[in-house]
Design a protein around this ligand. Structure first.
Ligand SMILES: NC(=O)c1ccc[n+]([C@@H]2O[C@H](COP(=O)([O-])OP(=O)(O)OC[C@H]3O[C@@H](n4cnc5c(N)ncnc54)[C@H](O)[C@@H]3O)[C@@H](O)[C@H]2O)c1
Length: 462
């Protein structure tokens, strides 16, 4: 019979066609069938954007315990409400799940999946506090035969070097003898209704042959798009960071180019459209890179590289370019206002959209919000409109107020985040609310602009 090695690193289709062979393993059958027979439970630690959808998906067929330290979030979930606003109320119906903020609930679980945040600190170094705290909590309730699978994004080696020693310390148990570990990075894309948990291929890995089999089968149970078994946890950790770093670098490149083309009076989107007619040109567009993944994960890699004495100049420069985009946008507007004979300190500015990306309510690590903060310190009047953002969060995170009405006579209109709610915004509307010689900055070139513009307006994109 084929061994697990035959699957390692194989393509998704190859893996899928061989999936049933995994069932041959006696060890795997024990835990997997225990879960299927509801003789064992899965616990999710951290029920945010990543953890809650996983918990609810597993809860279709398995017994699931959802644990989160945030009591108010747990209260909402107990009332079928996703505090992150990603999951519908119906998704909570008919599920085998209990939510708790009491860590004792973890004693009931045989498999524990960790999806806590992995942010960066003020110095842009990995802040492993949430994940180490979660490991301490799990370690205290860990039992022989348990599995711990990490989904939080970390640098290659973090699971083995940081997490496992904490689990061993607080449990008194021996890794790979008494308990097993796995790493399976999450690839969900908040706000995206097409690429969802079950429709995105999932990478899994285990700490040994047996755990790789078990973890593979458990995820394969819910992931329709198939599961790819990585040869080690380090490979799986690196794969996740590389996906986001690649995206960051590509956006950084077009951001750098857009700064140049602005000075050359060439529209970047027109250039990209023309260049995109070549078969191997990659379509990336300028933009503000924020959120918890693309703008954060490369710093985890930079940190790990430093630890082993390696510099990452491309990735580091990209972070510099993308991190300064909010102030670049403010400078761009300032320059245009000056050209129109206006002073930024006397200007009235409107920003449409401030969450970190379109169709999400999340304001954390939002570059449009950072940009708004810079404008606030410079302009006479700033109006920020975002139908998805919470006014309370906007105030507490950024000290900014959201406006509920759009006025007229704006010297600059910045269409920053294209929420579906803004679909009705068209050029005529922008024209009506703009002052004479105003600048309209349409980040993603969404507006259909006529060749003749009234009011001597200036239109530009990123
Ligand atoms: N949001 C995304 O799009 C996305 C996509 C892929 C991967 N990731 C990664 O997944 C991980 C989780 O991200 P998220 O967006 O779901 O975070 P989140 O902030 O939405 O949710 C994290 C949850 O964990 C809880 N928590 C924090 N510390 C805890 C602890 N010690 N014990 C129990 N619960 C704890 C918080 O209360 C919160 O509810 C991060 O590593 C992130 O980089 C996120």
């Amino acid at each position: 019979m084929n061994t697990l090695n035959a699957f390692i690193g194989t393509t998704l289709n190859e893996v899928n066609s061989k999936e049933n062979l995994f069932l041959e393993s006696q060890q795997q059958e024990n835990l997997y069938s225990k879960l299927c027979n509801k003789e064992a439970s899965i616990a999710l630690v951290g029920l945010g954007y990543v953890g809650l959808p996983i918990a609810l998906e597993f809860a279709n067929d398995f017994n699931v315990i959802g644990f989160d330290i945030n009591q108010s979030r747990v209260d909402l979930m107990n009332n079928n409400i996703d505090p992150s606003g990603e999951v519908s109320e119906e998704a909570f119906y008919n599920k085998n799940i209990v939510f708790s903020d009491n860590a004792d609930c973890l004693t009931e679980a045989e498999m524990i999946i960790v999806a806590v945040p992995t942010p960066i600190d003020n110095q842009k170094n990995p802040d492993l506090t949430p994940i180490t705290k979660a490991c301490t909590t799990i370690g205290k309730t860990l039992k022989k035969g348990n599995y711990v699978v990490f989904e939080s994004t970390v640098y290659p080696g973090c699971t083995e070097e940081v997490c496992i020693p904490i689990l061993e310390k607080f449990s008194g148990l021996k890794y790979n003898v008494d308990f097993k570990v796995g790493y399976s990075p999450e690839r969900i894309n908040p706000g995206d209704k097409i690429h969802t948990l079950t429709t995105i291929p999932k990478i899994v890995s285990g700490s040994d042959k047996e755990s790789s089999e078990v973890i593979y089968n458990i995820y394969n149970h819910i992931i329709k798009a198939g599961v790819h078994l990585a040869p080690s946890m380090k490979v799986a950790e690196a794969a996740k960071i590389v996906e986001n770093t690649q995206r960051d670098v590509n956006i950084g490149l077009v951001n750098e180019l857009s700064g140049l083309f602005e000075r050359l009076n060439i529209n970047t989107h027109d250039v990209l459209k023309a260049a995109g007619t070549k078969w191997n040109f990659l379509n990336f567009y300028p933009g503000l890179v924020g959120g918890h993944c693309i703008g954060v994960d490369p710093y985890y890699l930079i940190h790990k590289a430093k630890c082993v004495g390696k510099e990452l100049p491309i990735i580091s420069s990209t972070r510099y370019i993308n991190d300064k985009m909010p102030s670049d946008v403010v400078s761009l507007i300032e320059t245009h206002l000056e050209k129109a004979g206006k002073k930024i300190e006397n200007s009235k500015i409107l920003i449409l959209g401030t969450t970190f990306k379109e169709n999400v309510s999340d304001l954390r690590n939002s570059k449009p919000a950072e940009m708004a903060q810079i404008f606030k310190s410079k302009v006479k009047e700033l109006h920020i409109v975002d139908p998805l953002a919470s006014a309370e969060e906007m105030r507490s995170y950024y000290g900014l107020n959201l406006s509920t009405v759009i006025e007229e006579n704006y010297d600059a209109v910045i269409y920053a985040v294209n929420h579906d709610e803004f679909d009705t915004i068209n050029w005529e509307f922008i024209e009506n609310i703009s002052a004479e010689s105003a600048i309209v900055l349409d980040f993603k070139k969404l507006l259909n602009v006529p060749s003749y513009m009234k009011k001597n307006l200036k239109y530009t994109t990123l």
